[in-house]
Design a protein around this ligand. Structure first.
Ligand SMILES: O=C1O[C@H](COP(=O)(O)O)[C@@H](O)[C@H](O)[C@H]1O
Length: 312
C-alpha cells in the first residue's frame, strides 16, 4: 500500500464540524443536481442478469426487494424505470454521524430533500425502534424532522426489517434494492453514490467493515455483505463493501472526539496496517475527505486544511 494522503479538514469544535459537513453535503448535492452534470450513476459493462446469477449462486434466498420507505417518505416504486430526472444519491452511516447531520443540515434552507435518494452504508440488525438501528436513528433525528411541505420528501432505502434474524438474507435483499436503484435498464457494474458518508469507530470499523474481518475487506463481487459476530455493538449487521464505497464520486469521513485519536493516528501514519479506512483512502484516492475535530487529531502527524465554505 502506498501512502496516499487524503484531504483532512480540522476543526476546533464539534459545531464547526457539523456546519462544514453540512456545507460539503449541500455542495455535493448541488454538483449532482446541476443541469450540466452528466454524471452516470452506473457503469454499463456487466449484464444485470449475469450479476444476479452470480449473486444467486451464493444467496440463501432470493426474497423480494425490500424497497420499503420511511414514514412520510415518497415512494421508491419508480426505481424500476430508467431515471431521467437527476437525483442526489447519498449513503449514510449511523453512529455519531447522525447527530452531526442533525445539527448541520436541518437548519439549512438549501437542502433539496425531495431530490435525494438515501441509502445506508450499513445496518445493525435490530428493530428500527432500537437506538442501535442506523435507519431508526436517522428517521427519528433527521428524516421525521424535515419540513417536507417546504423542501420535499427524500426517498429512503433501508433494509427489510422482517429479515433482521438472517444476516445473509438481509444483505442479499438490500443488494437487490441497490441493484434496482442504480441499474441503468439492464446492466450495471457498481453503484456510484454522489456522496458516501462514513464514520470511524475507535476500533477502526467503518460502516460495518471491521479490521481483521479479512473476507469482508477483500470482497470484490458483492455490493452488500452480512456481518456476524461483530466485536462491538450489535453483533449481526450488513454492510456495503469496499468496492462500492470506493466507486463513489466523493467519500467523506466524519470523526470527532479524543477516543478516536489513537485509531486516526494509525490510519494516517501507518496505512500499511491495512485498516478499513486506509484501504478506502487508497482505493478512492483523490476523492476522499476527512472532517475531524482537533480532539480526534491529538498527536496525529498530518497536514490539516482549513475548510472553505461554498458561497450561498
Ligand atoms: O457501528 C457503527 O459504527 C460506525 C462508527 O460510529 P461512531 O459513532 O463511532 O461514529 C458507524 O459509522 C456505523 O454506521 C455504525 O453501524
Amino acid at each position: 500500500m502506498t501512502t496516499t494522503v487524503p484531504k483532512i479538514f480540522a476543526f476546533h469544535e464539534f459545531s464547526g464540524v457539523a456546519e462544514a459537513v453540512a456545507d460539503h453535503v449541500v455542495h455535493a448535492q448541488d454538483s449532482a443536481l446541476a443541469p450540466n452534470n452528466e454524471r452516470k450513476h452506473s457503469v454499463t459493462n456487466i449484464s444485470l442478469n449475469a450479476l444476479d446469477m452470480t449473486r444467486e449462486a451464493s444467496c440463501k434466498s432470493t426474497a423480494s426487494v425490500a424497497e420499503t420507505k420511511s414514514a412520510g417518505s415518497s415512494s421508491g416504486s419508480n426505481n424500476c424505470k430508467l431515471k431521467k430526472e437527476k437525483r442526489f444519491r447519498i449513503a449514510l452511516s449511523g453512529g455519531s454521524l447522525i447527530q452531526v447531520l442533525h445539527e448541520g443540515l436541518l437548519k439549512r434552507d438549501d437542502v433539496r430533500w425531495g431530490e435525494w435518494d438515501i441509502y445506508f452504508a450499513d445496518e445493525r440488525l435490530v428493530p428500527f425502534s432500537s437506538n442501535e438501528s442506523n435507519y431508526g436513528c436517522a428517521k427519528r433525528k433527521i428524516l421525521d424532522l424535515i419540513d417536507t411541505a417546504k423542501y420535499g420528501t427524500p426517498t429512503v432505502y433501508h433494509i427489510d426489517e422482517s429479515l433482521i434474524e438472517d444476516a445473509q438474507e438481509c444483505a442479499d435483499n438490500y443488494e437487490k434494492v441497490l441493484i434496482r436503484g442504480f441499474a441503468g435498464r439492464d446492466s450495471v457494474k457498481l453503484p456510484m453514490f454522489d456522496l458516501f458518508l462514513l464514520g470511524c469507530a475507535p476500533d477502526g470499523h467503518i460502516a460495518s467493515l471491521f479490521p481483521n474481518f479479512q473476507d469482508n475487506l477483500r470482497e470484490k463481487l458483492a455490493w452488500v455483505v452480512p456481518v456476524e459476530n461483530a466485536p462491538s455493538g450489535p453483533s449481526a449487521r450488513i454492510s456495503l463493501t469496499i468496492p462500492v464505497i470506493c466507486h463513489s464520486h466523493r467519500v467523506t469521513f466524519v470523526v470527532e472526539g479524543a477516543t478516536k485519536a489513537p485509531i486516526i493516528k494509525t490510519i494516517m501514519e501507518r496505512p500499511e496496517k491495512g485498516l478499513p479506512s486506509s484501504i478506502v483512502n487508497e482505493g478512492a484516492a483523490g476523492r476522499v475527505s476527512w472532517f475531524v475535530d482537533d480532539d480526534a487529531l491529538t498527536d496525529v502527524l498530518v497536514t490539516k486544511k482549513k475548510y472553505k465554505f461554498h458561497p450561498a
